[in-house]
Design a protein. Sequence first.
Lengths: 292, 366
Amino acid sequence: MTARSALATKADRRRRLVPYALLAPGMLWLLVFYVVPMFRLAITSLQEGSLEQGYQFTGNLDSYASVFTTYLPQLRNSLMFAFGATVIGLLIAYPLAYAIAFYTSRWKSLFLLLILVPLLVPFLLRTLAWRVILADQGVVVTALKTIGLLPENGRLLSTGWAILAGLVYNYLAFMALPIYVSLDKIEPSLLEAANDLYASPWTAFRKVTLPMSMPGVISGTLLTFIPAAGDYVNVELLGNRNWTMMGNVIQSKFLVIIDYPAAAAISFTLMAIIVTMVVLYVRKVGTEELLT
Amino acid sequence: MTDRPNSAAGGGSPAVELVDLTKAFGDFVAVDGLTLDIDENRFFAIIGPSGCGKTTTLRMIGGFEEPTGGTIRLHGEDVTGTKPYQRPVNTVFQSYALFPHLSIFENVAFGLRRQGVEKGEVNRRVNEMLDLVHLAETAKRKPRQLSGGQRQRVALARALVNHPRLLLLDEPLGALDLKLRKEMQLELKRIQQEVGITFVHVTHDQEEAMTMADSIAVMRDGRIERMGEPVEIYDDPRTRFVAGFLGASNLMEGQVSGTDGVTVAGGHTFYVGADKLGGVTGSIHVGVRPEKIHLTHTDSDPGHANQLKGAVTDSSFIGVSTHYLVQTDAAGELTVVVQNLGAERFAPGDQVILSWDPDHTFVVAS
């Protein structure tokens, strides 16, 4: 009797440990490669000094202030481009995902594969390809000039439009796939039920399809906005100096100027701003859908 | 029954009139020139095996499927070609199709809100309807928090709250277990009588249809094979298909002899009402339902005009009844169902006499 119950408690205890065992590798990874560097970065951001003389911890907040004194235009650019890329990406990806989910029964996998194909090409190469597409003598510029949307001496490369195009393109798959997944889960009978209950196709879309696809929309917009706000490659390759973003500032502080405290402080500020916006956004658009 | 070929009896104008309704999917004709009237306030069931066109017919009445030919009139108004949201019809879907992102209250309120019903009125009617289906306490929950039977009742409430003059039910009880299904059958029947609207119910379950419906149409290959009240078509199925689909039957092949008899292969003659033969001659099948056969030992009086000798080959006790297989010389193996009233029992090997009333004998074309 006692031997059996002792055995049972032992088995119970082992079962209770399973979730922790499954979590352990991921937690360890995050601890070593995320929490520790973040902590060190936080300390660095409060230091003063130079590469030659070494850095001292002084609790100096000047580096933080510099974001709002010196780098406000770059911050504005980051948020503006990330927001623009998210909106345009959503406008392109939603109809695309909708069409794949509801109108392509036989070719569904093929279309999904086509969305993923660009991701097989390295990020840098993909972005470089847009230099060719948007080149001054390229097809796009010539076509836009012909129909009069671009003046005779107009160009696309090295403009804000090129950065926006690059950002939209690079993150489109991350927008389209989550939306597709949530749309694909919607049973056609739900739309028939809405029609049966006096909803026109447009009303059925607003009242059933759209709310049911919100988890995908939220995921997709976050997966676009967050990396786009920190992006620096698209400005580097497609834009010009007037449009530098926070990512470019951080990159040059870390790797060119080698001012670690400033780089760390700017990184933290950008992170805080993005996290705040994300929290506000998710609370506004619907937390409940995310949890289901 | 009226004298129209496919008409469920009743007064007033028909709730549903289908005229030569046809639906083809490519080469496959799902519904083939169907003509049918369903009168108001009836509980009308369409039954048949899968692929017989019953669901397609229902979907065309609801507007989810465009007919390839023919006309649909609801309460005298031609609705052919109109959209589902333009029809005064509501549907209870097979999978319930409840909106997972909305509460039970909002699911039921959906149709009223789309019609622009005033807010206080929406609250009143939704609560009233949730009371009717005994779900008032679930109003705030989401569909996934409800059991199958509760979801089914929400689907019903969501349709009925709109006070449609016609309610379509597409295998509404198919996903429920047997006990719950039996309960819901009675519940549905009660609600139909309470709200007094026309129900058109599609099912493949003949027992469910007979339990609930006032009239039944048996469909086969896109056409109506037999239509009438449950008792009427059960007792006189008229075709082999209907006899086999609606309950169990003993069918024996034979030749018409005289005006009211059928002689089977073994040389034995059964009496059939002359009205049932209706003057046909030649080869025909004669049938009798297993529970209509009276089983007696050879030494006692069988009591009915149609008689056969046989030997019990198998018996299985079901609880309310016992099912026997009896091998007869004249007509092969027959199934007999005897109510367990405490009367005599038979064991395999017993010599017995099977007898039944000529009124309980039916004939179907060969």
